[in-house]
Design a binder for this molecule. Structure first.
Ligand code: SAH
Ligand code: SF4
Ligand code: F3S
Length: 462
């Protein structure tokens, strides 16, 4: 019974939640297995952002049902759990726990009740809690990057989006608690930190000590930290001091992910994004005026109800004006509980498909031009994967670009190598190492130790 298997879907916040859930379970005496057949408890950490996600969960649960005869228990957690609530028990009575992310701090209690034989255990929160899930028991599964959630939930209520309903009220951790975690991460060997939040820059220190930009600077100054990333920034709360602090603190990465969603002010209004095209472009202009070459990326939705050809054209011209280094394009997908569900999903599927294809094709051309400037540049690359079948190592630049390169020795994951760029592709760069790998990659060492143990202790507790 005290063996668990976990499967995770969705965004980086969900992936990191799973690291915290796993750490909590290990601390409660559970053992993790990578084979669901061996598990007494199967957890399914779900996402409901698009595409009838809840139906996929029920489909997956039906597959799980086949295993149920063997006495397994099931927990549905994450965004579909919060969204569907006890309906999950009705449709899948063999599920024992349904818990949204706002309730994970109560996991030890939920597990004790499960062990006592209780069924239908819920951890649901309908935008009530002001508390965040801070735990020192985080099983860090990424070998080179330590994640820290600094702000949970969302109060923006964009017309299309489930997050305010699935993740609850916006609430931030104190900057002291974030910095303590950053220090623990650095001490356990990581040199790269990524700060997370659905709207990371809406961060509001409950102790009133630091602004978001000041917190960025403070994390960037933690001893041993060489790279700090943050996602996702919201244009509404994107202030000029964020650009200034990137310019001032060398460890902050040259990358801002600033989703625009649409280039049309009319569509932005219908989406309830609370900014205009010009407002957005002003923030882009600040970022471009920085001393550093800050890479810009975005999320875009095509086919929002009422989006005309003209509106879509505005999105294409915005792509060209900004010159993003990458975008994530999505077809609008009507979601339960959101205001947009009451609007007619007026854009036919084939038009959505067509617009997405045009968007991606245009973006590919933009990237081809953008990436060309990197030819012959020398970039410090952090190694993320060892050699592939062709002997190429994969890593990332500070701008978050993927770089495949050749190297005499196979550098450790988490080490840094200077790479000269010799070839350009639309979404990656190719090069050759021109320095020996530096930093003995304590992150990789900590990870190897973690993997070697049958029941790993969370890296932070080391
Ligand atoms: N908080 C972030 C984004 C979170 S969700 C922000 O406000 O920018 C990640 C991305 O999923 C969004 O940026 C949006 O592009 C996309 N998305 C969210 N809801 C969607 C929906 N109903 N249909 C299609 N794409 C959606
Ligand atoms: Fe969703 Fe909007 Fe909140 Fe982003 S800001 S999570 S898109 S409601
Ligand atoms: Fe999905 Fe929830 Fe993240 S809906 S994108 S897992 S916040």
């Amino acid at each position: 019974m005290k063996t668990f298997y976990i499967e995770t879907f969705g965004c980086q916040m969900n992936a990191h939640d799973s690291e915290k859930v796993v750490g909590t379970l290990l601390n409660e005496g559970y053992t993790q297995t990578s084979d669901e057949a061996d598990a007494g408890l199967i957890l399914y950490n779900t996402c409901s952002i698009r595409d009838k996600a809840e139906q996929k969960v029920f489909h997956r649960l039906n597959e799980y049902k086949k295993l149920h005869g063997e006495g397994k228990r099931f927990a549905v957690i994450g965004c579909v759990a919060q969204q569907e609530g006890t309906k999950i028990f009705d449709r899948a009575p063999y599920v024992s726990i349904v818990a949204g992310s706002s309730s994970y701090r109560n996991l030890p209690d939920m597990l004790a009740r499960l062990e006592a034989g209780e069924t239908r255990i819920t951890g649901l929160d309908d935008r009530q809690t002001d508390e965040t899930f801070d735990t020192e028991f985080t099983a860090r599964t990424n070998p080179h990057r330590g994640y820290i959630t600094i702000i949970e939930g969302c109060d923006k209520f964009c017309a299309y989006c489930v997050v305010p309903y699935t993740r609850g009220k916006e609430r931030s951790r104190t900057s002291a608690s974030v910095l303590a975690e950053a220090q623990r991460i650095a001490q356990s060997g990581f040199t790269e930190i990524q700060l997370l939040g659905q709207n990371v820059n809406s961060y509001h220190d409950p102790s009133g000590k630091r602004t978001f930009a000041e917190l960025l600077a403070a994390v960037g100054e933690v001893n041993g930290i060489q790279r700090v990333r943050f996602t996702t920034s919201h244009p509404r709360d994107f202030t000029r001091d964020i650009v200034d602090v990137i310019d001032a603190v060398p460890t902050l990465c040259d990358h801002v992910h600033l989703p625009v969603q649409s280039g049309s002010t009319a569509v932005l209004k219908a989406m309830q994004r609370d900014y205009t095209r010009d407002w957005y472009l002003e923030r882009i202009a600040w970022t471009k005026a920085a001393k550093r070459d800050i890479s810009l990326t975005s999320d875009i939705i095509v086919g929002f109800p009422g989006e005309t050809d003209r509106d879509f054209e505005d999105t294409i011209t915005l792509l060209e004006e900004v010159g993003y280094d990458a975008i994530y394009g999505f077809k609008y997908s009507p979601r339960p509980n959101t205001p947009a569900i009451h609007m007619e999903d007026s854009i036919p599927e084939e038009i959505k498909v067509q617009r997405l294809a045009i968007l991606n094709a245009r973006q590919r051309e933009i990237q081809r031009t953008n990436y060309a400037r990197h030819l012959n540049q020398i970039m410090p690359i952090m190694v993320e994967h060892g050699a592939n079948s062709r002997g190429q190592i994969t890593g990332r630049s500070t701008q978050n670009k993927t770089v495949n390169f050749s190297c005499d020795s196979v550098p450790a994951i988490g080490s840094y190598v200077d790479v000269r760029i010799t070839q350009i592709f639309p979404s990656s760069l190719v090069g050759e190492a021109i320095s020996q790998p530096t930093t003995p990659s304590p992150a990789a060492i900590a990870q190897a130790a973690l993997n070697a143990r049958v029941n790993p202790q969370p890296a932070e507790a080391v």
